[in-house]
Write a protein of this length. Structure first.
Length: 777
């Protein structure tokens, strides 16, 4: 078990460690950040809880750092060790036969310090060549997907990945959770900075799984590396490609297929022959083909013995012939073994001479770990035992493939027969004006009614995907009759080298384009904060721009109004602020660019609350750690956020009056109550219960509970079962009574309808013109 405990001073943390060691039967413990300037044996024994124990500790410098390793001496016999304030290295023998090295790592917070630590460990690898196992807090991620709500430094990631490659380590996949650390503050940040790294020899000997345990008394979660001893039952049959290399294989197959007689339909015969063939191949594999690795080892031993004999005397002719036979057998078995491991690893090698069997062992183990389903979650309950997982999967597919039986109604009476000509005349008739108008009126006014021009396709920088895109576009040309002009198309890469881009462009027969590029008349991928980026926008007077551009465009508007130009300035008879007022207020109704920009940004608030399951919303919620059920995209601002997203979430600061108008008109329509938050959302008209009853909210245990959960607990309309963290005072009970009175107006839930957002107005939905009127008010 590896855990950054963030200090061993509190008894709660020590008790938690002791319980984990006892419950999980831990044999080796790696603790980081103990914050102990000295560690006694009695303190360690209270953590371990068992009689047999050995330990090694590195004291902290004040309240910074500190490492502690505890292990069972009957499991691991220590032979050598070394340490500094950033790591503890233990070299010894595991299970009396496996020589290995175990390291407890606590990397520094700064990139340069981590780089020095990686260099130190790389140098130590030659002094301690046995297989390494590293566990601890590496304070760095490997890929950008291992961080949520914050950004990663590319240099630090590259250095960690380079260290892993140089030491030939494998990063064990984390099961049970995605991240290992959280700051647990407003604007939550998540990272996977704790990990376990193993050399390939560990993976060949042990079937390890790495589990992320619940995060309790530290901002890091404990990591538990354990061997998976669960019995998942018989393995599925797999055809081994190396069987084809055996000289008898094809004849055995042909003999079985021709001699086995089964009667029935063609499909039935094929099904049962394949089923019987599976058993025949298993039998042939064990009796004839045999264990390739064992046969190879025996052949190598025999070849080595003949070579030793040849060093002492001249071989006889029969011995020379035998050596040729054994050498050919070794070569053939080596190729078979290589092919078996290649099939298991699913890795394509480029050169025929690449026979790195160790590499294929590692890839096969990694693929098995990546593809295995170690647990499933049903209704929030994790199931890990094979029997419960089997039963849950069976029930799931049984529900999916079960159809309810229903008796079709019988229609009585006399029906007029319809001839074929009558039926075809109705189907082939021209569309009527009413049908066309109904189709147009059913279209969403905020969306395009058909395919768009100037489409953008996104894919990975992979030649196979490029070929698939080319194939799809060709099919589109054939089916639609329209021709795609590939010479006008461009391929653009983000983080892709030039040679790969040129290869993609050659396949698509198009040009290579870098960022920034022009798309629909606007610069794509350029810095929107620079004035130069918006030069074409200034020329065409378009919307959504920084303040400097806003002022320039409004100067053009004002000059046009009063007849001025670049060479001659006219006197402005009326203030621009008066001109931009509505006609009802004495202005000309000209919209200010800044107000239009704020209205467009605020429209994204409406889209965020209205469109629940769309891809862009799920992407933003995942990237910026926003709760999935939120109605307004409120999040902390960071320098790593995109410029557009920052403008969207900070529009309230720059145009408070407009946002107040939006909040005043924004309403929630109650459905099943699963998305609406009881305390946080304004679901009783414009009332927010959190603001109206702050004391009760602070005492509530279920602060983030949904409306459905509160409705579900009540025994009647006037008896709401609130759960508070302590007994209430008399004046607090009065607040509860007042809350119950307010809740008498609570509407009933509708189980078959989702909660949704609506606009308090005649249109029922938000439009830009409505926001413009809000600005004028």
């Amino acid at each position: 078990m590896s855990w950054n405990i963030r200090g061993l001073g509190k008894s709660v943390k020590r008790g938690r460690i002791r319980k984990l060691i006892s419950d999980r039967r831990v044999d080796f413990v790696l603790l980081q950040e103990t914050k102990k300037t000295s560690t006694s044996e009695s303190e360690v024994r209270t953590l371990w809880g068992r009689r047999n124990m050995e330990f090694m500790a590195v004291d902290s410098e004040g309240l910074a750092g500190g490492l502690l390793c505890i292990w069972d001496p009957s499991l691991f016999q220590l032979k050598d060790c070394c340490s500094n304030r950033r790591f503890v290295l233990l070299s010894g023998t595991l299970l009396k036969s496996f020589d290995c090295v175990i390291l407890n790592v606590y990397a520094p917070n700064d990139v340069s310090g981590r780089g020095m630590l990686w260099d130190t460990l790389i140098k130590l690898k030659s002094d301690f060549p046995n297989p390494w196992c590293l566990g601890g807090d590496f304070n760095e991620i490997r890929f950008i997907g291992e961080r949520g709500g914050c950004s990663g430094r590319e240099k630090g990631m590259k250095e960690l990945n380079a260290f892993i490659d140089k030491c030939e380590l494998n990063d064990i996949p984390l099961l049970g959770r995605k991240y290992t650390w959280c700051n647990a503050q407003e604007g939550e940040k998540w990272s996977r900075i704790d990990r376990v790294l193993l050399n390939p020899e560990w993976l060949q000997r042990f079937n390890f799984k790495l589990w992320g345990l619940p995060r309790t008394c530290s901002d890091h979660c404990p990591l538990l590396l354990m061997e998976d001893e669960r019995d998942w039952g018989p393995r599925p049959f797999r055809f081994i490609n190396a069987w084809i290399m055996h000289p008898c294989f094809l004849s055995v197959m042909e003999k079985f297929w021709t001699e086995k007689r089964i009667t029935g339909s063609a499909g039935y015969i094929l099904l049962h022959k394949l089923k019987l063939l599976k058993g025949e191949l298993k039998k042939w594999n064990s009796e004839v083909f045999g264990n390739v690795a064992t046969k190879l080892k025996e052949a190598e031993v025999e070849l080595h013995g003949i070579d030793i004999t040849a060093e002492d005397r001249t071989l006889s002719e029969s011995e020379k012939n035998r050596r040729r036979e054994v050498r050919g057998e070794v070569w053939k078995l080596s190729r078979m073994l290589e092919r078996i491991w290649h099939q298991k690893s699913r890795v394509n090698w480029i050169l025929n001479g690449d026979r790195n069997t160790k590499f294929f062992h590692v890839m096969a183990s990694s693929r098995r770990n990546r593809n295995s389903i170690n647990s499933i979650s049903i209704d929030g309950v994790d199931m890990k035992e094979p029997e419960t997982v089997r039963l849950a999967v069976l029930q799931h597919f049984r529900r999916q493939f079960t159809e309810s039986w229903a008796i079709r109604p019988t229609l009585g009476g006399i029906f007029k027969s319809v001839t074929a000509s009558d039926a075809f005349s109705d189907l082939e008739a021209d569309f009527s004006a009413c049908e066309v108008r109904a189709a147009i009126m059913d279209c969403d006014g905020n969306k395009a009614p058909g395919p768009d021009d100037d489409s953008m396709l996104f894919c990975e920088a992979d030649l196979d995907q490029i070929v698939h895109i080319k194939r799809v576009l060709r099919c589109f040309e054939i089916l639609s009759g329209m021709r795609i002009n590939f010479h006008k198309s461009v391929v653009c890469g983000v983080g892709v080298d030039v040679e790969a881009l040129l290869s993609c462009a050659d396949i698509l027969n198009c040009k290579v384009q870098g960022l920034p590029m022009k798309f629909l008349g606007l610069p794509l991928g350029a810095n929107p904060g620079r004035k130069s980026t918006w030069k074409p926008v200034l020329d065409k007077v378009k919307a959504r721009m920084p303040n400097g551009v806003v002022r320039e465009i409004e100067k053009l508007q004002a000059a046009f109004l009063w007849g001025g130009n670049d060479q001659k300035r006219k006197v402005h008879l009326v203030k621009w602020a008066e001109v931009t007022k509505s006609r009802e207020q004495g202005g000309l109704g000209i919209r200010r660019i800044k107000d239009v920009n704020s209205s467009l940004l605020l429209k994204w608030w409406w889209n965020f609350g209205k469109e629940v399951n769309v891809l862009w919303r799920r992407l933003l919620c995942s990237k910026y750690r926003i709760e999935e059920g939120s109605w307004i995209p409120l999040a902390s601002v960071s320098h790593s956020h995109s410029r557009l997203w920052t403008d969207i979430i900070t529009v309230a600061k720059h145009h408070q009056q407009l946002v107040e108008f939006y909040v005043e008109k924004f309403r929630l329509r109650i459905g099943n109550g699963t998305r609406i938050k009881f305390w946080h959302d304004c679901w009783l008209g414009s009332r927010c219960l959190k603001a109206e009853f702050p004391r009760l909210f602070s005492l509530s245990i279920d602060k983030g509970g949904s409306l459905f959960s509160f409705y579900d607990r009540r025994s009647s309309v006037e008896e709401w079962n609130f759960i508070f963290r302590r007994n209430l005072f008399d004046w607090e009970k009065d607040e509860v009574n007042r809350l119950v009175v307010v809740l008498k107006d609570a509407p009933p839930l509708r189980s078959n309808v989702e909660d949704c957002a609506t606009w308090n107005g005649s249109a029922g939905c938000l439009e830009i013109t409505i926001l413009r009127d809000g600005v004028y008010r």
